[in-house]
Design a protein around this ligand. Sequence first.
Ligand code: IMP
Length: 438
Amino acid sequence: MPITIITGAQWGDEGKGRAVDWLAASADVVARFGGGDNAGHTLYVGDDVFKLHLIPSGILHDRAVNVLGNGMVINPVNLLKEMDTLAALGLDVSPERLKVSTRAHLITPAHIALDAAKEQKLGENAIGTTLRGIGPAYLDKAGRNGIRAGEMRDLEVFGDKLHAAIRAANQTLSAMGQPLLNADEVTPPLLQAAERLRPYLTDTARYINRRLREDRAQILCEGAQGTLLDVDHGSYPFVTSSNPSTGGALIGLGFGPTHVNRVIGVAKAFSTRVGGGPMPTELDIEDGDPAETAVARHLRGTGANFWDEFGTTTGRPRRVGWLDAVMLRYSCDVNGYTDLALTKLDILSGLDELKIAYAYELDGERLDYPPANADDIARARPVYETLTGWSEDVSAIRRYHKLPEEARYYIRRVEELCGVSAIMVSVGPERDQLIVRD
Ligand code: IMP
């Protein structure tokens, strides 16, 4: 069974790009199945830093064909920018290497304006979206008003649809007291993008199923965001508008579950979150007690390094906290992980003690699973176990048994609490800073 699915087990930014990059070397096809350019995967290859938002990480390998699946929402102008940046770095982004689903939905300037207007209206209850138009694009998809990538094939019809979409958005923007969009200004870049993207348009579900049938291709499905941001399984409404968990891969690419043999959950060795919404193990980086603030600063970093906890897409500082094994266990259930990939273990070096939340207290009850309601999650108090830290720099270690005993114990506790083994541990940003276990 040739399909591997990789998804984020937390609130996104787990380092999925690293895990995908590691497996992409032996993949025939690497496919994104959901989200859009709200995602940001940073990859370090030698002296080069690649920031990918839409294109799967398989583009950095010679062999893999890269697919943008039907479950995605794609900003055509930003896709072209990304393609041009990669081409300028010498990568092959020809239609032989990159295929865009005709069924994927397009993000237009109308969606971006509506995203910003809605966030502004929500004020202090804002979701803290990436302002890429993701929610409004999925809303149009579900409301059967969307424009699909395949419609870029006929420029005249595409132009008409864009104008109609902008007229409709202007009605909403006007009711919200927001500035209106000028269709004659905002549509030409999309029409130009459509012209260039036409050779890339493919029935990708058909392509994937043909590759599965005819040459037993190895297919790697690259998740974006994370399970805890899933519109069904996350802390609704503080979620994205798609299904970044494993089930989303089947719908977002169009294959059946019988092809899947491996499901890998990528989890950071601690917790981070960007945007609003509850995060039970969050550490107060500004006003906590000095010890808490110091740990939070240690986990976030200063922003001086690419590896620090600042968003790849938005540059926003990420909220940080101890590892939340209650959430991680829930993610393992929702996704059916066969393996975990634990990232950024190196960041924990130098902390005297480490904490892992293994339960919550809520209204006098002890819970070993997260409540469904965001307000309840916000009220839940984490119950921690404390582990001894390690001081050694682990970033040069490549063999599991060479890790300090305390680090191995930390990993073992995560595995025990979640019931899933960690097959890969990353200890630094470079491609080779990985420990792969037998
Ligand atoms: P949206 O996907 O832009 O609508 O944002 C909804 C929520 O998901 C916000 O809290 C974002 O910060 C979060 N989010 C979206 N994409 C990512 C991602 O790739 N990494 C981490 N958080 C994300």
